[in-house]
Write a protein that binds this ligand. Structure first.
Ligand SMILES: Nc1ncnc2c1ncn2[C@@H]1O[C@H](COP(=O)(O)OP(=O)(O)O)[C@@H](O)[C@H]1O
Ligand SMILES: [Mg+2]
Length: 268
């Protein structure tokens, strides 16, 4: 099990027409292996940039990220990414999508088939291996995306608004699935979301990020995810403790949005 360490991370994008954007400013944190960290914040506060740097897709302009003490210098299998939607291979069926990683690793076909069957059943899609991606609902597609990520057995799973495109009911079911996977696999997860409720429900740690420059504004340790599978999600979300935290976060984000609007001279 490998801890993730982010140290003095900064990211400045140079704009093609001149000028620059400071997407991240001095972001530092340590995330012990097996934690589920949610990142919440208004659009433009650097959430995607941070995930992409941890994934190794982007090189930061300052600072460093290490996993288990080793510097991250590019993409690697120990860090898997689940995108919002539409990142599956449309020309492959469900089983082929899940088998992609193991096949790239030249795993034996019989082993791969077994793994795919296992993972499809883990995400509640047993018997769907032959289906085409376009035959599946959005929620099912995200189940496939999760299975495809798990097939590489990553240490860290990075999720960029994985449930953002789903309807409310499907989203709740998927939240429970993510909690189940987290508890069963013990993997480290970093999940970006726009939803205050989702960040609170899934995050065993939560960072509220702020924009201009992108940074961590506030950090929370939360009890909800650890109990999430033992208590009815609806009941938990209706509990006084949950509601209190939800209101606190909503006010914080509301203030941020007001400030952003203020900078931009408000809406016309
Ligand atoms: N490739 C890029 N080139 C220039 N600016 C970028 C690029 N990617 C992101 N940005 C800017 O960096 C800031 C943070 O973006 P992003 O990480 O996508 O935030 P979030 O995911 O929180 O919405 C935003 O102001 C965005 O416009
Ligand atoms: Mg984003």
């Amino acid at each position: 099990m490998k801890d993730l360490s982010v140290e003095g991370l900064g990211m400045v994008y140079e704009l093609p027409k001149g000028g620059s954007v400071e997407a991240l400013h001095d972001v530092s944190f340590d995330l012990e292996a097996g934690r589920l960290l949610t990142l919440l914040g208004p659009s433009g506060c650097g959430k995607t940039t941070l995930l992409n740097i941890i994934a190794g897709f982007l090189t930061p302009t300052s600072g460093s990220v290490t996993l288990g003490g080793d510097p991250i210098a590019g993409p690697g299998q120990e860090r898997g990414m689940v995108f919002q939607q539409g990142a599956l291979f449309e020309w492959q069926n469900v089983a082929q999508n899940v088998a992609f990683g193991p096949r790239m690793n030249r795993k034996k076909r019989s082993e791969t088939n077994e793994l795919v069957e296992d993972l499809l059943s883990t995400v509640g899609l047993q018997g769907f291996g032959d289906k085409a991606v376009y035959e599946l609902s959005g929620g099912m597609q995200q189940r496939v995306a999760l299975a495809r990520c798990l097939a590489n057995d990553p240490e860290v799973i990075l999720m960029d608004e994985p449930l953002g495109a789903l309807d409310a009911l499907t989203r709740e079911k998927m939240q429970s699935l993510i909690l189940k996977l987290w508890q069963e696999t013990g993997k480290t997860i970093v999940l970006v979301t726009h939803s205050v409720e989702e960040a609170l429900y899934l995050g065993d740690r939560l960072f509220v990020m702020a924009p201009r420059p992108g940074r961590i504004e506030r950090e929370y340790e939360l009890p909800f995810a650890a109990n999430g599978l033992h208590v009815d999600p609806r009941e938990m979300k209706a509990s006084p403790e949950f509601i209190e935290k939800r209101e606190e976060l909503l006010s914080l984000i509301w203030e941020m949005e007001e400030q952003i609007m203020g900078h931009e001279g408000g809406m016309a």
